[in-house]
Design a binder for this molecule. Structure first.
Ligand SMILES: [Zn+2]
Length: 412
């Protein structure tokens, strides 16, 4: 943390501080007990997100930007305080990126009319009327909000997490492109991850687990280096499609991708190459034939002029009606994790997290159409450990998947 005690604006609650990362900000906040930090943090219940519209990140010059905005608020509107934090990524000097404090966290701010009384003001620097937060901005904005909400022991809901426009303002702030339901979902995922065991184990759940708040970048980097069949652009598209497909049905995509890495030797195996695109040994039994078999699903290996049993997919993710590789994989994982009865139950997930039961049932049906699953395997893998000896032979199958997830996520 860097402090700027010499920056003062008469009549304005200004205490300029700078943290470069969410982790540094979290260390700062955790050093205080909200109940002992008078007066505002005892009454605060949540956060309000804003965008600055102007300045843009490329206009941001650090402490001097905070000072000039404070002077503007004081002179133009007579305010004695402002928003608490400014969140910026993309300033001309990268040393100016991060989290900037304007009004101290123990003081009531001025930023959102009726919400001032009970909410912290978080200004995301930039104009988000046209495009949503780029990923680095999202990571900072969600991370910062999650630190404050966690510190306040606040739940994530419509009362605790608001956009400025939800506070009776006719502005579009925090930007037309910012969906506050999505923001709440990202915050919840981030807090779930923080509050769960950091590293995966064979007892980690396949469903509703820790991954939604994590970034695909570690997988993109790992697979781009490793794959002999797919370039970086394809790898990125595949990873993003895993995250999105799993996200809709509640499967832990970080584990699903670890399984891909394990099954395909990092998208290099013969089965994973185009035109087969088999991501996880689906239907692969090791059987071979010299001539084309009359029934079953077989692929021709022209290197050895031999037929191999197993499934192939016309595409990784959906552009047509046909079941894609990722749908078949994720649907199969769902079938291992859930029984049909499970897909009828309501699950009590935090507000803001929406799992589509109908989408779960659709993916299971499609995946089992591609390759049937014995009835006794339905619901045997609520945790990843349940896949050992069942998805593939080997009592340590899940251990290897878990080790890959932890290695790529640097969780251990
Ligand atoms: Zn605003």
């Amino acid at each position: 943390m860097t402090q700027f005690p010499n920056i003062r604006v008469d009549g304005f609650l200004l205490d300029v501080r700078h943290w470069k990362t969410v982790e540094q900000f979290a260390d700062h906040v955790r050093a205080y007990d909200p109940q002992q930090t008078l007066p505002f943090s005892r009454t605060a219940i949540g956060v309000v997100y804003h965008h600055t519209y102007r300045p843009l990140p490329e206009q941001w010059i650090g402490a001097r930007s905070v000072e000039s905005i404070a002077r503007f608020y004081r002179r133009r509107w007579g305010w004695g305080a402002g928003p608490h934090l400014f969140i910026v990524h993309g300033s001309p000097d990268p040393n100016h990126d991060g989290i900037w404090q304007m009004t101290p966290l123990n003081e009531r701010g001025i930023h959102a009319g009726s919400c001032n009384e009970r909410h912290y003001g978080l200004e995301v620097v930039g104009d988000y009327d046209r495009e949503p937060w780029p990923e680095p901005v999202e990571r900072l904005a969600i991370g910062t909000g999650a630190v404050l909400l966690d510190w306040l022991s606040a739940p994530i809901d419509r009362q605790t997490v608001k956009g400025h426009r939800d506070c009776g303002s006719d502005k579009t702030c925090p930007g037309r492109a910012i969906d506050m339901d999505n923001v709440r979902q990202l915050l919840q995922s981030r807090l779930n991850r923080k509050n769960s065991v950091e590293a995966y184990t064979v007892d980690s759940p396949i469903m509703y687990g820790t991954a939604p708040g994590m970034s695909i970048e570690p997988y993109v980097a790992y697979l781009s280096r490793r794959s002999t069949a797919y370039d970086a652009e394809s790898v990125r598209a595949i990873c993003a499609a895993y995250r999105d497909t799993c996200g809709r049905v509640g499967v832990d995509w970080f584990l699903a991708l670890a399984q891909v890495v394990h099954e395909t030797a990092g998208l290099s195996s013969w089965w994973s190459r185009r035109p087969r695109r088999n991501p996880a040994g689906i239907g692969v039994t090791g059987e071979t034939r010299q001539s084309r078999p009359k029934d079953g699903t077989w692929q021709y290996d022209d290197r050895f002029r031999i037929w191999r049993r197993g499934n192939a997919f016309a595409e990784w993710f959906n552009t047509t009606e046909r079941t894609s590789a990722i749908e078949a994989h994720v649907g199969r994982l769902l079938a291992y994790a859930l029984t049909d009865a499970d897909t009828e139950h309501r699950v009590d997930l935090p507000e803001g997290i929406r799992i589509m039961r109908s989408e779960q049932r659709r993916l299971i049906a499609e995946a089992l159409q591609v390759r049937p699953l014995p009835e006794e395997y339905r619901g045997v893998a609520p945790t990843i450990g349940g896949l050992s000896t069942r998805w593939a032979p080997g009592a340590t199958y899940a251990d290897r998947v878990v080790a890959i997830a932890n290695e790529i996520g640097r969780l251990t």
